[in-house]
Design a protein around this ligand. Structure first.
Ligand code: ZN
Length: 347
């Protein structure tokens, strides 16, 4: 079976929220979309494991609103630095525990990913979605790097000291609000200097263009889809895709149904054709080396035919049926991620 490398999952968030333990992830559970037995069944070889800090006291996403014909969800308030750092450290503790139990193999180089992806544990790269845990002197960037962080997004959808994300708005482009702050531009430079990958998913259009002007690494959107198919603020317009393609970057297709369904509705009914339309559109602009997947497992509703990580095997079958040949299938499932990791991290 060709292994699948995933651009984004929120398992660590679910663990930090107390939904499941590392032992349950190892042995199997029903509380979320990822555990080791189901991962092995679906062919998951590894992925980016996201650290994410929910806004304290804020209600979860308004799913009822996202079933309407159009919606514009208010963003939760910013998270303060101390809270974010505390929660991020807890997330890394869970990551370390998963490693101790043999669920994951922490990876900080492309060579390590390539080794581990074919083995019995999951090749796991530590990612941070929203940079609130990093203070103005960037000292935490060194701490987090030492603990394995190799990828970060300056923002989740709410604003940070570094930039502005897009709200969950449909229909809309990502052309909402100003670009990176001066601190945000420094964060890109500091990340480049340490060869930490910068993730564009959740950034608004001005922020994406600021990163493009500054960064010396291939541009990456780990879990974002095509605006031409689903006109959501979180999806990438053709212009944004071309900016990423010009750097030999890549885009990971998000399985969240609100980003797959052309009508933006967040319901599980979502024929595989919707995903294939995104794939074909992205391949048309990004080329065969510029597309992969970023599931958003444990952070989104995924299609009914997929259910959870075990459904990755159904996806692979659908890609073969869609006349994707073996060489391209390998690129889409993991080789493109390896290519961009090698180009960014230098090993
Ligand atoms: Zn996300």
């Amino acid at each position: 079976m060709i292994p699948f490398f995933d651009g984004h999952n929120d398992l660590l968030l679910k663990m930090t929220l107390g939904r499941m333990t590392a032992e349950e992830v190892r042995d199997g559970h029903k509380a979320g979309q990822i555990d080791l037995p189901r991962a092995q069944h679906g062919g998951l070889g590894g992925g980016f494991f996201a650290l994410f800090v929910p806004t304290p006291g804020a209600a979860g996403m308004d799913m009822a609103a996202m079933r309407r014909d159009s919606y514009d969800l208010p963003l939760p308030d910013p998270v303060d630095h101390a809270t974010a750092l505390r929660e991020v450290r807890k997330g890394i503790d869970h990551f370390d525990r998963l490693a101790e139990l043999g669920v994951i193999t922490p990876c900080t180089t492309a060579a390590e990913v390539e080794d581990a992806i074919h083995g019995p544990t999951l090749a796991a790269v530590l990612h941070m979605e929203g940079a609130e845990a990093i203070g103005p002197d960037f000292a935490e960037l060194d701490e987090l790097y030492a603990r394995g962080l190799r990828s970060l997004g300056p923002v989740w959808s709410r604003p940070t000291a570094y930039g502005h994300g897009v709200p969950f708005r449909y229909p809309s482009t990502s052309d909402i609000g100003p670009g990176l702050t001066e601190a945000g531009k420094d964060l890109i430079r500091e990340s480049n200097r340490r060869r930490i990958m910068v993730d564009l998913s959740h950034l608004n259009m001005a922020g994406l263009k600021d990163v493009a002007a500054l960064s010396d690494a291939p541009l990456v959107a780990t879990h974002s889809n095509a605006h031409a198919v689903t006109p959501s603020a979180r999806c990438l317009t053709d212009d944004e895709l071309r900016i990423i393609a010009d750097t030999d970057g890549m885009v990971g297709i998000n399985f969240g149904t609100c980003f797959l369904r052309p009508d933006g509705k967040f319901i599980t009914e979502c024929p595989v054709d919707h995903l294939l339309r995104h794939l074909d559109h992205l391949l048309g602009i990004m080329g065969e080396d510029g597309v992969g997947f970023g599931s958003d497992f444990d952070g989104a509703l995924v299609p009914d035919w997929m259910q959870d990580v075990s459904g990755l095997s159904v996806l692979s079958e659908a890609l073969v049926t869609h006349a994707i040949g073996e060489a391209l299938l390998e690129k889409l499932l993991y080789r493109n991620w390896l290519r961009v990791q090698r180009a960014t991290w230098g090993a």
